[in-house]
Design a protein around this ligand. Sequence first.
Ligand SMILES: Nc1ncnc2c1ncn2[C@@H]1O[C@H](COP(=O)(O)OP(=O)(O)OP(=O)(O)O)[C@@H](O)[C@H]1O
Ligand SMILES: [Mg+2]
Length: 268
Amino acid sequence: MHLEVSQLHKEFPTRKGSLLALEDINMHIEEGEFVCTVGASGSGKSTLLRLIAGLEFPTSGEIRVDGERVAGPGFDRGMVFQSYTLYPWMNVAENVGFGLKLQGMSAAVRRQRVAYYLDVVGLSQFAKSLPKALSGGMKQRVAIARALASQPKILLMDEPFGALDVQTKEQMQQFLLEVWRCTGTTIFMITHDVEEAVFLSQRIYVLSAHPGTVKQELKINLPDGFTDANSIRTSQIKRTPTFLAYKDQVMESLCTSSVPEKAMLLAG
Ligand SMILES: Nc1ncnc2c1ncn2[C@@H]1O[C@H](COP(=O)(O)OP(=O)(O)OP(=O)(O)O)[C@@H](O)[C@H]1O
Ligand SMILES: [Mg+2]
């Protein structure tokens, strides 16, 4: 898997003219990587993810997955959003298997696949439950299982833990690292939480706002669980000097990047 974003621009027409949401974005994500993008509100994070997902189209520039230009949504890219997007009338197993059904997978293979990913997210015993019986963290685990079930080349996540309380969020971050290690899935996640980004990422892109541009690319050299199975990051790492130094670096980059209202509206 190789994701390449090249010279990406995105403008939105508005009544006051054209709004430049993303300007000259260049990024790449490699097989098995966990990459986060952080940026202030309005820096175009969701727009970027929606473009990669094929839910929006670039004004110019391009996005390629394994050399293929993204021309719309596809099962090679799995999405997890901040808001809970489970179908309330379907039980957990049906929610996880829904995309597989759309792909025409037989019921028997689908059952196996669903069972496997429910096990991965630790929710096998809730297969028959309706979403309303689940906590927020559990709903997001189902959403992650649903996205993983299609075995996408890359998992795209837009602030997936943004609506969770602090404690659940910490558990979910740890859980996501474990899922990443056991499945080897490539993950690209959007967040405005700097601590979350440093904790999860091997690499971070910092976006500046108005318009969204890549301000900095930063490699996070903390243990990541691939070189040594015992070295998976745990929340204790958040108090180490190396971790705090990374966090400061990203914070500084974010703070110096928020130029207020720089000519965001283009003539038009
Ligand atoms: N469909 C649209 N039409 C017009 N403007 C849009 C549209 N979608 C996004 N925008 C604008 O583009 C800019 C970037 O929005 P986007 O939602 O991508 O930001 P974000 O970084 O995800 O913000 P947040 O952290 O609040 O989720 C904003 O100024 C927003 O108002
Ligand atoms: Mg957003």
